[in-house]
Write a new protein. Structure first.
Length: 591
């Protein structure tokens, strides 16, 4: 892939979907709100996406699709979601249902799945159960071995596209007493089943994404051929957990798309609404909330982009990185939306009016992103349980000469570096102490210290970045020492302690700070003057470190004004709120 070639398809899709403020368009805010009011499944909108070929990006290139880069897929989902999260989830659910086959299925299964998706068939994932939720080891759906296959009995609940899908990937118990090895995944093609052997559960009424098909299915001693087993029998849990490392990372695209429209709607209001003789954008408190929201989008983007690139470079580390992304980005965007609702005042609560009332829909819809593919608690636990191995590995390797580490850091964070083909065989359930982003802080600091002020980068800003990078590294060491102390005090009981979750949150914060530093370091000569000048980075690091009580200095007003100017520029020029923006469909450029 050539430099930034992953931008081509998302820009083409953006142009194809048209201006979301034009009520005549299928992908308009007006249509999104109307469908939501009637809890209408977005069938026509999904067909519209398929006419362009979005479904082909759910199929790896080697099986006749167009999926070559998770970076590209993240941005495609962001483009769709900025119009309607309901459509993005209804359509994108196929990738969730398909991922187990792409990472562990047989060649026959992969080719068959590709045929189904190319024919616009939907794939869903039957994972959770009403009585057990995310406790997968407690699942009761049973696939009993019989001659030639299995008899599948049980109920799967809260399935996206349960009734609209052509096939369902079902997580089922295949051995009663084998613990984690007692489960398998089955690719169940519904048109091959006896119609009397399964029934659908009613559609659930949900707070947001009201038009999606969130329902379930019940199997009644349904015969499934042995060829339906995905990968090796009894490895269903492992395959599922590895697949979630990919899908929960891509959820960040949903959050970023929602954040873009929420911020754009708030900026429309802030630039047009006048109170007390000023626009809302000129009111200091409202202006700061908008600037903070913009900065939080940039931070979230840095965390998300680096993680989807890591999938190609070092997928064995994704058990930690995917959990970091899934915790940080949705919760940060929830905070963005809450603060923007303060700017909008009563208008955030209205189901009509500003941009057809899309903001109130975003408030409800976006809440789902913290829940599916692992809730915030699940992801914090996944991080916390690996903290000790991460700390011990850092202690062994810090300060050593590590050329391969720096080579990987450049590949992960330099956005013009081509991505190698993703290889699912390198996914692991645990990181085994490897975590390039944190282990790379020391060489990153040295690289920053070797930079000289040039171009858009002033000496003052560079010095501030270096000081903040030192603060991040100091805090990492402090967190490591605290963890070791707590491990001595609690022993294995630390795994069940609330302290572990607090440590995991701090790990996420430091990961995000490091991601922002690395993205800037490796791209400050590539992404334009605003990005290069670095004031956004200083402001971001201050926001991240403030809860850890190590932000030592105030931010100069000139830095804040530079952020305000860029926010105003991207709004009036109708460009994506991003470290690497591109033009959006629709509205005339404001003067």
């Amino acid at each position: 892939m050539s430099a930034f070639s992953y931008f081509r398809a998302p820009q083409e899709l953006e142009a194809y979907l048209g201006d979301p403020t034009n009520p005549e368009h299928e992908f308009s805010f007006q249509r999104a709100v109307e469908r939501d009011e009637h809890e209408q499944y977005p069938e026509e909108a999904c067909a519209f996406l398929e006419n362009w070929g979005v479904h082909l990006y759910y199929i790896p290139e080697e099986y006749g699709g167009k999926l070559t880069s998770f970076e590209e897929l993240l941005l495609l989902m962001r483009v769709v979601t900025r119009r309607d999260l309901t459509i993005a989830i209804a359509h994108g659910g196929t990738f969730l249902g398909a991922i187990a086959i792409w990472i562990a299925g047989s060649e026959d299964q992969k080719h068959q799945l590709a045929r189904i998706v190319k024919a616009r068939g939907r794939i869903s994932l039957g994972l959770t159960e009403r009585q057990h939720g995310g406790d997968l080891l407690a699942n009761e759906t049973l696939a009993s071995p019989v001659a030639g296959g299995y008899l599948l009995s049980g109920e799967k609940w809260l399935i996206g596209n349960a009734t609209h899908s052509r096939a369902i990937t079902v997580f089922a118990r295949t051995q009663q007493s084998a613990g984690p090895r007692g489960f398998s995944l089955l690719l169940v093609e519904k048109d091959r089943l006896d119609a009397a052997s399964f029934t659908y559960l009613p559609k659930e009424k949900t707070l947001g994404i009201r038009g999606t098909d969130i329902s379930g299915i019940r199997f009644h001693s349904c015969f499934i051929d042995h060829s339906a087993v995905i990968g090796s029998a009894r490895y269903g849990l492992e395959i599922t957990l590895k697949g979630l490392q990919i899908t929960r990372t891509l959820v960040a695209g949903f959050s970023l798309g929602a954040a873009d429209t929420a911020l754009r709607t708030a900026m429309d209001f802030a630039l047009e609404r006048r109170v007390y003789g000023h626009t809302v954008f000129e009111i200091p408190y409202a202006r700061m909330l908008l600037i903070e929201a913009f900065t939080d989008v940039l931070m979230s983007e840095c965390v998300a982009i680096s993680a989807v690139r890591l999938l190609h470079i070092a997928p064995a580390q994704m058990s930690v990185w995917s959990a970091v992304v899934k915790y940080f980005v949705p919760t940060t965007v929830e905070g963005i939306i809450h603060n923007l609702s303060i700017v909008l005042g009563a208008r955030y609560y209205l189901r009509t009016g500003l941009n057809a009332g899309i903001f109130q829909k975003i408030v409800r819809d976006n809440a789902i992103t913290s829940l599916f593919d692992g809730s915030t608690v699940v992801n914090l636990q996944a991080i916390g349980l690996q903290l000790r191995s991460l700390v011990h590995h850092r202690a062994r390797t810090e300060g050593s000469q590590n050329t391969p580490l720096w080579t990987r850091l450049e590949a992960i964070f330099c956005l013009e570096k081509p991505l190698q083909r993703f290889d699912a065989k390198h996914l692991e359930l645990f990181n085994h102490g490897q975590d390039d982003i944190m282990q790379g802080l020391e060489p990153t600091l040295k690289a920053l210290q070797s930079l000289k002020p040039e171009g858009a980068v002033t000496r003052e800003v560079l010095e501030r970045i270096i000081e903040l990078a030192k603060d991040v590294l100091t805090q990492v060491h402090a967190q490591d020492e605290l963890l070791l102390e707590l491990a001595q005090t609690y022993g294995q009981a630390l795994n069940q302690s609330p302290r572990l979750y607090e440590l995991a949150k701090d790990q996420v914060t430091l990961h995000a700070a490091s991601a922002c530093l690395q993205i800037w370091l490796h791209n400050h000569k590539l992404l334009g003057e605003f990005f290069a000048s670095g004031e956004w980075l200083v402001f971001s690091l201050h926001r991240l470190l403030k809860p850890l009580q190590i932000s030592k200095h105030s931010i100069p007003d000139s830095y804040i004004e530079k952020l305000a100017a860029q926010l105003f520029k991207l709004t009036t020029e109708n460009k994506l709120f991003s470290i690497h923006s591109f033009p959006l469909s629709g509205r005339e450029t404001r003067q």
